[in-house]
Ligand binder design. Structure first.
Ligand code: ZN
Length: 301
């Protein structure tokens, strides 16, 4: 079966001059088409108000809307501009993560060429994250009984602090975060946290990953996997301090997809962060990841 890849040009974030490579969504989509890895993208609709409110506080959503419309003061914790277009892009990317999750339940795997905003909490956003798309989609999967349990495998270089807090106390959700210990954010408690030392290289990273995935499978039976494939574990990343190369990152992706298949769990891959000196490197890391996803075998039934 084909692997659905969800994307819209509406994902673009209008943050000129920001460290976040805002052109990456379009660049990744363009590269996938150019290389004929994907012929057609599936277009998402924005997450609904009800879906957003299954995770976020109503006061927070109202505040976001007021900021977007210029009626309230911006919160510096966002670390990014917020206007109507930006909020709409976040709603659309969250809708994309929901759609990719629904499609993966049937297809076994899918990707959203966006998403992974793991620093968003119920009542505030920070670190370039306004809405926690992963938790919003998790609620849809669990509330509609589409899957029994969800594992979040967060390999962005930064800890998934918002996700950890939002998932806490729900035994149907397991959060694994493998991140650079000595970096933003202040750490929260995931189900399993692995804090890596600065300049950790491919070999050290991959052995920690394989231990962490083994440990996750010992403690939890994943009925579904969200994979946050942040490109910021790359050696040349401006906001990350690990030392992975292109091959190590590709091996990382292959390892996660292989593990999900072994668990018999559908998987959705998300882009999350990535701030390399060269924007083309970010694109390359994400494209390689999608290539590995497409190559991965469908989970055995
Ligand atoms: Zn990150």
């Amino acid at each position: 079966m084909n692997t659905p890849v969800v994307y819209s040009d509406g994902y673009a974030l209008a943050w000129p001059g920001h460290v976040f490579p805002v052109g990456k969504y379009r660049a990744v989509a363009g590269a996938l088409k150019e290389r004929a890895l994907v012929t057609e993208f599936v277009e998402p609709s924005p997450a609904t108000r009800e879906q957003v409110l299954s995770v976020h506080r109503p006061e927070y959503l109202s505040k976001l809307e007021a900021i977007a419309d210029g009626r309230a003061r911006w919160d510096p914790r966002f670390e990014c501009p917020v206007d109507r277009a930006v909020l709409d892009a976040f709603l659309l990317q969250a809708g994309g993560t929901i759609l990719a999750a629904r499609l993966a339940v049937t297809a076994g795997r899918a990707a959203n060429l966006g998403g992974g905003f793991h620093h968003a909490f119920a009542d505030h956003g920070e670190g370039f994250c306004l809405l926690n798309d992963v938790m919003i989609a998790t609620r849809v999967l669990l509330d509609e009984d589409l899957v029994p349990t969800v594992a979040v495998v967060d390999l962005d270089v930064h800890q998934g602090n918002g996700t950890a807090v939002l998932a806490a106390g729900d035994e149907r959700i397991f959060t694994l975060s493998l991140h650079q210990e000595n970096n933003y954010p202040p750490k929260e408690d995931s189900s399993l946290d692995v804090g890596l030392r600065d300049f950790c290289d491919d070999g050290e990273y991959l052995s920690a990953l394989s231990w962490a995935l083994g440990e996750t499978a010992k403690r939890f039976r994943p009925g579904f996997v969200f994979y946050l494939a942040g490109a910021d574990a790359y050696a040349e990343d401006r906001l990350g301090g690990l030392a992975l190369g292109f091959d190590g990152l590709r091996e990382r992706d292959r390892t996660v997809f292989g593990w999900a298949a072994e668990q018999g769990a559908p998987v959705v891959a998300l882009l999350a962060g990535g701030y390399a000196e060269q924007e083309a490197d970010v694109t390359r890391i994400h494209v390689n990841m999608i290539e590995e996803l497409l190559a991965a075998g469908r989970p055995s039934e």
